[in-house]
Design a protein around this ligand. Structure first.
Ligand SMILES: NC(=O)c1ccc[n+]([C@@H]2O[C@H](COP(=O)([O-])OP(=O)(O)OC[C@H]3O[C@@H](n4cnc5c(N)ncnc54)[C@H](OP(=O)(O)O)[C@@H]3O)[C@@H](O)[C@H]2O)c1
Length: 244
């Protein structure tokens, strides 16, 4: 299969390209650095020419209000270009529970992406992943100072980026789901607990203070970020990943 991977130079996209090519497909990475700008649409038609599948693994450069406009414009452009090129399957990487956290503007952008994909004529699959292991430390840094890290007790079920890439690659070569598949890590943690595990692994002497008003996930209520029934659970545990 010929597969165009948008955001194919990013954390997930680059691994998806590698997995697909190793299994005999022809996956081509596209991003601004390869001359394709999904925001303006420049290079998009050429990127999708002859593609059986397109994977959307691009990311917004910001997490603020501008991210909604970014996901709106890039998804509109992709929907039109995929239809024009006769692409048979469009796969989007989204976030578990994105629709359940309206207080996070970036998540509203992800829901916008999903809605645009669903409204198009191209058969689609939405892969909703939980938070990447690689994202835990950046998330901790938002509410850190020299001595403490303030984190909410929000329940999350993080996953290794490599496991997300495997799931995206597998779904992109299958029959379009015309629906959504959740993929998640094997364990559920509270974010403050995850922070303590992370600090211990790095012999970092700072203290985690539980504060349900702190950090980027303070807006999350209940189990919004936990994978739903029928999810694919990935094998890699957080402690295994930290120990690599
Ligand atoms: N972080 C998490 O915990 C998490 C959890 C679930 C789902 N996700 C989703 O996973 C997706 C991929 O995340 P990631 O961490 O792999 O992203 P990333 O490493 O930031 O990579 C983003 C990719 O998008 C490309 N890009 C950005 N703007 C572009 C534009 N205007 N036109 C074309 N390409 C553009 C970038 O390349 P250039 O800069 O060269 O254009 C890069 O290849 C995101 O949509 C995110 O919402 C993330």
């Amino acid at each position: 299969m010929k597969i165009a991977v948008m955001g194919g130079t990013g954390l997930i996209g680059a691994q998806v390209v590698k997995i697909l090519n190793a299994s005999g497909h022809k996956a081509v990475p596209h991003s601004r650095s390869t001359g394709v700008d999904m925001l303006s649409g420049q290079g998009l038609a050429a990127a999708l020419k002859g593609a059986d599948v397109v994977v959307d693994a691009i990311n917004s450069p910001t997490f603020d209000d501008a991210s909604v406009a970014f996901f709106q414009a890039t998804s509109d452009n992709l929907r039109a270009a995929a239809a024009d090129a006769g692409v048979g399957h469009a796969v989007l990487l989204s976030i578990v529970g994105a629709d359940l956290v309206p207080g996070l503007v970036y998540y509203r952008g992800k829901v916008r992406q999903e809605d645009i994909l669903k409204s198009g004529s191209t058969p689609y699959s939405i892969v909703r992943a939980t938070q990447f292991f690689e994202f835990i430390e950046p998330a901790m840094s938002f509410s850190a100072d020299e001595n403490t890290i303030r984190l909410s007790a929000t329940r999350i079920q993080p996953i290794a980026a490599a496991d997300v890439a495997q799931a995206v690659a597998r779904i992109s070569t299958g029959t379009p789901l015309r629906g959504t598949r959740d993929v998640a890590g094997p364990e559920v943690f509270s974010l403050d607990q995850l922070g303590r595990i992370t600090l211990a692994a790095h012999h970092d002497q700072r203290t985690v203070v539980t504060d349900d008003s702190a950090g980027i996930f303070a807006a999350v209520s209940g189990d919004a970020l936990i994978a739903k029934d029928g999810a694919v659970l990935a094998p890699t545990t957080y402690r295994e990943w930290l120990a690599r």
